[in-house]
Design a protein around this ligand. Sequence first.
Ligand code: ADP
Length: 328
Amino acid sequence: MASKGRVFSGARPTGRQHLGNYLGAIKNYVALQKDYDCIYCIVDLHALTTLDTTQNLRENTYEMALDWLAAGIDPQKTILFVQSNVPEVTELHTILSMVTPLGKLTDLPTFKEKIRENPNNINYGLVGYPVLMSADILLYKANAVPVGVDQAPHIEFAREVVRTFNHRYNTNVLVEPEMKVTEVPKVLGIDGKNKMSKSLDNHIEIAATPEETLQRVMKMVTDPARQRRSDPGNPDVCNVFTLHKVFSSPEEVEMVNRECRRAGIGCVEDKQLFAKNLNAALAPFREKRAELGRNPDYVFDVLRDGAKRARVIAQQTMAEVRAAIGLF
Ligand code: ADP
C-alpha cells in the first residue's frame, strides 16, 4: 500500500521502557509503520536540558533502542537513529531561533511546568526546547507527528515557525506538520495514583523477568476502599482492572469485573492472574530482546545506519534552507 506520508516522533533516552511508554507510545510507533514512512529518534540532546536525564546517556540510549526494536520497530523500513548523530539539527535550531519571538516560548504551558520542576536549572536550552523539537520535525519534512494532547502547543508552535520562516524568506522549503493526536492512554503507576514514571519508581519495566514482574504487580494498589478479602471491590477505580482490559481475555475481564464486585475474587488472586497474562503477552518481546541483546553490535549498526539515512534527508533540507536564506 502507498505510504500516507512521513511520520516523525522522538523521545528522550530514558533507558529501559515501562508499561506507560509501551502503551502510550511504542505500540503506536509500531502500528504506524504499516501506513507511513516512519522516522523515530532518540532525542539525546533534549535530554541535556534536565539534570536527571543527563546521566548514563549511552546506556540509556542503547537500552531504549533495544526495547523499541524488540517491540517491533523494523529498521529495514523505518529510520531509527540518535538525534546527536545528525548534527544538522543544531544548525536548523539556530536558524529557527532567529524567527522565534522569545515571549512565545516563555508563554508556553510546558515551559512554565518545566520551570516548576527544575527551579535550580532553568537553562537557555530549556526555553528553546520547542525550537529544537521543531527543528527535529522540520528537518525531515514530516507530514505527521503522533503526540499526546499535552504536546499540542509544541506542534502548533512548529507550524507557526514554518509560516514565519517561509514568509520571511519567501520560500516554501519548510513543511507544516500535521498533528496526529493519539489517544494516549495515561497509564498509572503501581501506586494507582500517579502517571507511571521511572522517576517516581512506580513503574513496571517491559523487559523485567516474569518473577520481577510478579513482584511489582503484587505491589499494585487496587480499590483503596477494599480493606479485607470479604469486602466487595469496585473495578472501575482499580488500576489492575484497567490493565486487565489490555492484557487479559474478554472472558477473564468479565469474570474479574463480576467476581470482584461480589468479593468472589480477592486482590491477590486478581493480581496473580494479571501478572500471568502480562508475562504471557510480553514473552515474545522478551525473547526477541534477549536475542538482540546477545549482539549489541547489531543495535549500534541499526542506529548508525539510521543516522546515515536520516542525514541524507537532513543535508538536503539544510541545503534548501541555506539557499532560501541566502547564506553564503
Ligand atoms: P519524553 O518526555 O521524552 O517524551 P517520556 O519517557 O516521558 O519521554 O515518555 C516517552 C513516551 O512515553 C511519550 O510519548 C509519553 O507520552 C509516553 N509515556 C510515558 N509515560 C507514560 C504513561 N505513564 N502513560 C502513558 N504514556 C506514557
